[in-house]
Design a protein around this ligand. Structure first.
Ligand code: GUN
Ligand code: ZN
Length: 440
């Protein structure tokens, strides 16, 4: 049994601020962590009585937050970041898909896997739903790297059988057998889980979606993820390809792909019937505000989602998105609502909730998202560099809410000094985020 006491200023949002939950702020609290789980939360004196032998790490020079949860990030698109100036379908053709073809080379795929996992950890992301590659070989490489990293990763082989590039297309039979083998090999191993992942209905025939449904229902503990209603040209193309579907969401629904273990990215242009059905089925939406702005997809209708009882979390959508930081996604989510006439006024606690507990809920991970007793110690030590603007501004914060607002306004991966997943630092083959706890 290994016990460590973390003494820190802690900010988290244990209950949903969209339904009355508040920011929890403790200026000086001791978290006792035993074998990766928080076994006590109270004063340092209490913690010392409970674990007299335990090492005490003093983190009061920064702020301790729960680890971030990214519900939509593309593994093969790390090097596609920065393709600015195009709408979705042009961006896919010109930036994303050519890059995704390179993943057929296992050496290349391994390098990109390491870049992705390091990018997540450096940004303070401890859990992610990762949109995979089209090549099963690249997924083996990725799952092996993800397992080694210690991050909590849910991911799957991406499948499409039309309108992409011939080199990326599969068949329903191949999709079924390759997913079966990957699930057998990787699902449930360490912190890894499998998500059935058709790219989007535009690139999937009904036969392929039926194969995905067969995989999804083959066990009770798999996830399903895809894209929906991101861009108006995409929505129109899907309506033409599926003339019998009631709407875009229905192309998934008619195959039984919707439920509490389903996460759909974007949903910028839903019709009311889709929102109602999402609320009814318990689907989560991965809101990807940087990507929505960068690809000109539109301003996310958060109010309509909340009114329909649709669960919303955050995604970076790298490489349509512009980086791994969920701090930045929180700020962009705030901007998008500010820019809509019916925008939801998002307070700092909403942003932290969206970046943590909301994602954990979308991924069915009850043990992460906040730092209460009984939870896993998945945490981010936010500590801006001395002399930086963030440090100066944070020092002047008038309240905990103000400090959190300042973190979202100014925070970057450079301010993430340390990350833990179940009490362990992620193990990276690339530069890890590390900085020894400093009692000063
Ligand atoms: N829709 C289908 N594929 C993609 C993708 O790679 N990125 C985004 N943003 N939307 C998609
Ligand atoms: Zn995406």
């Amino acid at each position: 049994m290994r016990t460590t006491i973390y003494r820190a200023r802690v900010l988290d949002v244990p209950s949903d601020p969209f339904t009355g939950g508040q920011l929890r702020s403790d200026e000086d609290v001791a978290l006792t962590v035993t074998d990766g789980t928080i076994t006590g939360r109270g004063s340092l004196a209490e913690a010392r009585v409970g674990a007299p032998e335990a090492e005490v790490l003093d983190l009061r020079a920064g702020i301790l937050l729960p680890g971030f949860v990214d519900t939509h990030v593309h593994y093969p698109q790390v090097r596609a970041i920065g393709g600015l100036g195009m709408p979705l379908l042009d961006w896919l053709d010109e930036c994303a898909l050519p890059e995704e073809e390179h993943m057929a080379d296992a050496g290349y795929a391994g390098q990109v896997a390491d870049e992705l996992l390091a990018g997540l950890a450096q940004a303070g992301t401890t859990t992610a739903l990762v949109f995979g590659a089209h090549q099963a070989s690249a997924m083996d490489v990725f799952f092996a790297a993800a397992e080694g990293s210690g991050l909590r990763i849910t991911a799957g082989l991406v499948v499409g059988d039309r309108l992409l590039k011939d080199t990326l297309h599969t068949t329903p039979d191949a999709a079924l057998s390759e997913a079966g083998r990957l699930i057998e090999t990787w699902h449930g191993r360490g912190k890894l889980r499998y998500a059935v992942t058709p790219r989007f209905s535009l690139s999937a025939t009904d036969e392929l979606l039926a194969a995905c449904a067969q995989t999804f229902t083959s066990r009770e503990d798999l996830y399903f993820t895809s894209h929906v209603n991101e861009n108006t040209a995409e929505v129109e193309a899907v309506a033409e390809l599926f003339p019998h579907a009631a709407h875009y969401l229905d192309t998934y629904d008619r195959h039984g792909l919707l439920g509490p273990r389903s996460v759909l990215a974007h949903n910028v242009h839903p019709v009311p019937a889709e929102l109602a059905r999402m609320g009814e089925t318990g689907v989560s939406v991965a809101h990807c505000p940087s990507s929505n702005a960068s690809l000109g997809s539109g301003l996310f209708p958060m109010r309509a989602h909340l009114d329909a009882g649709v669960h919303v979390a955050l995604g970076s959508d790298v490489g349509g998105g512009t980086g791994f930081s969920l701090i930045k996604e929180g700020l962009q989510a705030y901007f998008a609502q500010q820019a809509r006439p019916d925008g939801v006024p998002l307070a700092p606690e909403h942003l932290l909730h969206l970046a943590t507990v909301a994602g954990a809920h979308a991924l069915g991970l009850d043990q992460v998202g906040h730092l209460s007793e009984g939870m896993a110690f998945d945490a981010v030590w936010f500590r801006p560099q001395e002399g930086s603007t963030a440090e100066a501004v944070l020092r002047s914060a008038a309240s905990a809410g103000d400090a959190l607002a300042k973190i979202f306004a100014l925070g970057t991966p450079a301010d993430v000094a340390q990350v833990w997943v179940a009490g362990e630092a992620p193990r990276m083959r690339r530069r890890p985020p590390s900085c020894s706890a400093d009692p000063g």
